[in-house]
Each structure stands twice: as structure tokens, then as C-alpha cells.
Design a protein around this ligand. Structure first.
Ligand code: BES
Ligand code: ZN
Ligand code: ZN
Length: 481
């Protein structure tokens, strides 16, 4: 589906269907108010009313803001894709809301049909935006064009991430993730280094290797780098790339194992972020590291009671093999910090079910030592249309991961605050000089959905991509001032 901008009044644009968003207030003065009300339309958020004889589809929204427009646009697209019209057109709702409309269209139209024997073919080929506002006031078309270009890159990168996460553990193995990274490196001119089993052994990444030991699919550490000339800042991104998490010997219950192909969402997110950064040509050097591993059972599986020596020399008592993501991240964080000196380090991981208990299934948990830095992320997330919530550290929680036989235990001794104690475990693998420059994102709830919400259909959401691009674009602007 193609999204384009036409520098003409809406009436002059040829299209099969016109889409309008109506609030309870704007309904009052609408020329088709009588007809719409007769059809039971009250302009409630997401309420649709199609007047096919007028070639008009209206969608209600509570108020004219980004969130309502994005979500309403998503609902419109999901429905219009099944109508059979090849094109639809809309006017603007103000310069600042254009981004939300494009996101609604591109993210809302995403469907994952790779495994359907007969993929649904949508007849909708084109969404056309007029440069004019709803009240016929022309907006700056150069500004609209650059918003369109930028937003398309970010939304398509989000869909790229969704496509990777949605693939089965049979198809998207650690090696397959390496191939995807290699291809991305070639198309987007990124440096790509991939460490295989032997290279990981040489690097003494025993925590990561232990997690992957019982799998027939050997692990990969992926390093993609975007290096513009004279970068304003250097950023390191680290992603948890568990292509499958069975729990290992601390085996998950059958019902909890379903959907665990999504445990690679953090790794996929950092690949999507670096894709967008390179296409936007930001003046920021970005390094994306992915720990791609499969957590399985077998005669050679790592065990509860094992003690692992991580790359940075710290010893870890394994008390639960299902708390594997933090073990992989421990080594990848160590490798990343040893190889790249950066201004900030951010990690993305579907790390804990506890994060979902704390914040619900839509919200990413934000953790770290630097309050101001976390606040900048909460603001960026809010502006990007992603939900984030702060989960605060304290020194008492830190005591819960003490081990009697090693430097640290991989699980907490108490059943509460599990998202935070997981982050405090990671803190053991953050170098002293990076403590204030590190933020951890737990995307366990936000990365995947089994029922459609907002601009998401069933499956992967691409969590982390939009908020990170928002944060990076702000960082770039600060550098320009
Ligand atoms: N990948 C899971 C976390 C997860 C759970 C993500 C549900 C998405 C949805 C992680 O590896 C895990 O199993 N964590 C355990 C930790 C526990 C053993 C301390 C959990 O959350 O139960
Ligand atoms: Zn697990
Ligand atoms: Zn996991």
C-alpha cells in the first residue's frame, strides 16, 4: 500500500473513497449530520459509519489529538482494506497531526500472512493525503513532504521488526537472524560483524553460550554499525534475541511457552532502529548488538545450580534456567562496552513476565540509574505513541539477587518486583563509567499482542522502534543547536 501527498484540495483528488474523522463537536456542524445520526453514528472513538452512496467513510474520535487520530486511522485502514476500493483520500488535521495519520495508515495496514496458504489480497493500493486542512487551509507542503518521508521510514522499519518477530522459531533461528543482519548491512551500508560459536568461546562469553548449549541451532552475536562522518554522539543498542525460550530445564508450562518466538523482539528492534537511523541519515553513530540464542532442553543443557563466569569475570549462580535473557545480555553488554566507547547504552528485552504484571500488557518498563535520562525517554515515548512506565530501583531490591556461592544470582529471592530485580542483575554488567548513561527497556508486555489494539494487529508490535527514533531525532536536534 502506497501513501502519498498531493498538493491539491481534497475535492480535486481522484479516489474511490473519502475518509473523515469526526468528533462529537464537529458532528454538530457536519453537512451530513442528519444522515449520519440516522445511521446511529455518535462520533464515539473508533466508531465507523460508511455512506457508500456518498463514497464516504467516517470514523469517530473523542478529540483531535495524535493518539485518537492514529488509532482512528488504524481502524479505518483495517476496515477499508476489506472494502474492495483501490484508493482512499483524506485531508489534513493540522501539521502536527500528520505523522500520527501516516503511522495509523502504515502500521494499521500491516498483516502477517507469510504462513497462510492463500494470503488475503487487499484491494487497497493507495492512501492519498491532500495538503489542505479539513477547513480548506493549505499547509506547508515542503514540511508535509519531509514529515511523510521521515514517518514512512520509521513506520516501515517498525513493520520490518514485526515481520522478523512474527516468523517461527524454525525459520528465524540465530543463524537466520545473522543472515538478516548481513543483508541489512549490505543494503543499508552498515558494518556487520557476526560472532559464531567459536568466536564466542574465544571471547569467553560463557553465560550466553550456556543458555544456547542444548539447542541444535548455534548462537550468534550480531554487531551492526552505522558510522556517519563526524557523528555528534555515539549510541550503543543491545537487544535480547532469544529465537525461542522454552525455559530450558526450568521448563515453561505449556500455555506460557506459546508466543515465546517473540523473545527475540529486543534483538529485532535494535536491527529495525539501526535500519531507520541509516535511512534517515542521522548524524549519530549507532551500534546495534544482538545476542541471538535458543533456550532449549537436552542432555547437555545448562542447569539450575550451575555457576557461570560471564565475560566481565563476574560469577553467576543459575537458580532458574528460564531467567536466561539476563544471562545473554550480561555477556552482550560486556562485549559491547569493551568494543565501543559510547555516550549512551540502551538495552531492549522481553525480559520478565513481572513487567507485564507491573505495567499491563501495553507498556514498556523503563529502568536505570539516571532519573533525568529516564524522564527524557518517557517524554519521547509519549510523543511517539508508545507507552512507557518508570520502574524505580532501590537498594533493598538489590539485596534480593545476592548469591551465597557466586557474585550474583540470576533470580530474586522474593516473588515481587521481578522486572526491577532483573534490571538490577543487568546493572552488574554495566561498567562504572556507563552507569549514568544506561537505560534498560523491558518490552515483555509491549512487544507482542494476541488481540488487536491501537495500530496493532495480532502478533508483533515493533515496540521500541518509534520511541527510540523520537529520542534520537531529539538528540540530533540538540546537537544542531
Ligand atoms: N522471556 C521471558 C519473559 C517473558 C514472559 C516475556 C512472558 C514475554 C512474556 C523470560 O526469559 C522469563 O522466562 N522470565 C522469567 C523470569 C523468572 C524465572 C525469574 C519470568 O518472567 O517468569
Ligand atoms: Zn525465560
Ligand atoms: Zn526469555
Amino acid at each position: 500500500m502506497h501513501v502519498k501527498l498531493v498538493n491539491q484540495p481534497l475535492e480535486l483528488i481522484p479516489a474511490d473513497l473519502t475518509v473523515e474523522f469526526i468528533t462529537p463537536q464537529t458532528l454538530e456542524s457536519h453537512p451530513l449530520k442528519g444522515l449520519l445520526q440516522q445511521a446511529g453514528f455518535k462520533a464515539e472513538q473508533e466508531q465507523l459509519c460508511a455512506l457508500h452512496e456518498h463514497r464516504l467513510l467516517v470514523c469517530g474520535m473523542s478529540e483531535t489529538n495524535d493518539e485518537s487520530l492514529r488509532s482512528a486511522m488504524g481502524t479505518v485502514i483495517k476496515t477499508a482494506m476489506d472494502y474492495g476500493y483501490p484508493s482512499l483520500k483524506l485531508s489534513q488535521y493540522g501539521l502536527t497531526h500528520f505523522k500520527a495519520l501516516i503511522e495509523g495508515a502504515v502500521l494499521g495496514s500491516y498483516r502477517f500472512e507469510t504462513y497462510k496458504s492463500e494470503p488475503k489480497q487487499s484491494s487497497l493500493k493507495e492512501v492519498v493525503f491532500s495538503t489542505e486542512n479539513h477547513d480548506h487551509i493549505a499547509l506547508n507542503s515542503d514540511e508535509l513532504t519531509s514529515i511523510l518521508e521521515q514517518t514512512l521510514i520509521i513506520a516501515k522499519s517498525t513493520n520490518f521488526v514485526r515481520n522478523l518477530v512474527n516468523q517461527t522459531p524454525y525459520d528465524m533461528t540465530p543463524q537466520a537472524m545473522g543472515i538478516v543482519a548481513d543483508e541489512l548491512g549490505r543494503t543499508n551500508n552498515l558494518e556487520c560483524t557476526i560472532l559464531d560459536h567459536n568466536a564466542l568461546e574465544e571471547q569467553k562469553m560463557n553465560a550466553m553460550l550456556s543458555v544456547g548449549r542444548a539447542s541444535i541451532n548455534p548462537p550468534r552475536l550480531i554487531h551492526l554499525a552505522y558510522k556517519p562522518k563526524n557523528p555528534k554522539k555515539v549510541i550503543t543498542l543491545v537487544g535480547k534475541g532469544l529465537t525461542y525460550d522454552s525455559g530450558g530445564l526450568s521448563l515453561k508450562a505449556a500455555a506460557s511457552m506459546v508466543t515465546m518466538k517473540m523473545d527475540k523482539a529486543g534483538g529485532c528492534a535494535v536491527m529495525g532502529i539501526i535500519k531507520a537511523v541509516s535511512e534517515l541519515k542521522l548524524d549519530i553513530e549507532v551500534h546495534a548488538f544482538v545476542g541471538a540464542v535458543e533456550n532449549m532442553i537436552g542432555g547437555n543443557a545448562y542447569k539450575p545450580d550451575d555457576v557461570l563466569v560471564a565475560k566481565n569475570g563476574k560469577t553467576i549462580e543459575v537458580r532458574n534456567t528460564d531467567a536466561e535473557g539476563r544471562l545473554v545480555l550480561a555477556d552482550v553488554l560486556g562485549y559491547a562496552q569493551e568494543n565501543v566507547k559510547s555516550d549512551y547504552i540502551f538495552d531492549y528485552a522481553t525480559l520478565t513476565g513481572a513487567c507485564m504484571v507491573a505495567l499491563g500488557p501495553y507498556t514498556t518498563g523503563v529502568m536505570g540509574h539516571n532519573e533525568e535520562l529516564k524522564q527524557s525517554w518517557l517524554r519521547a515515548a509519549d510523543e511517539s505513541g508508545e507507552y512507557c512506565g518508570n520502574l524505580p530501583f532501590n537498594r533493598h531490591l538489590k539485596k534480593l539477587i545476592k548469591s551465597d556461592i557466586a557474585d550474583v544470582s540470576n533470580v530474586s529471592s522474593k516473588p515481587y518486583g521481578g522486572a526491577i530485580t532483573a534490571a538490577l542483575f543487568l546493572d552488574n554488567f554495566i561498567d562504572e563509567e556507563m552507569k549514568q548513561k544506561w537505560v534498560h527497556f523491558d518490552i515483555a508486555g509491549s512487544a507482542y499482542t494476541e488481540s488487536a489494539w491501537d495500530v496493532h494487529n495480532y502478533g508483533a508490535t515493533g515496540a521500541g522502534v518509534r520511541m527510540t527514533l523520537e529520542w534520537l531525532l531529539k538528540l540530533q536536534q540538540q546537537g544542531n543547536n
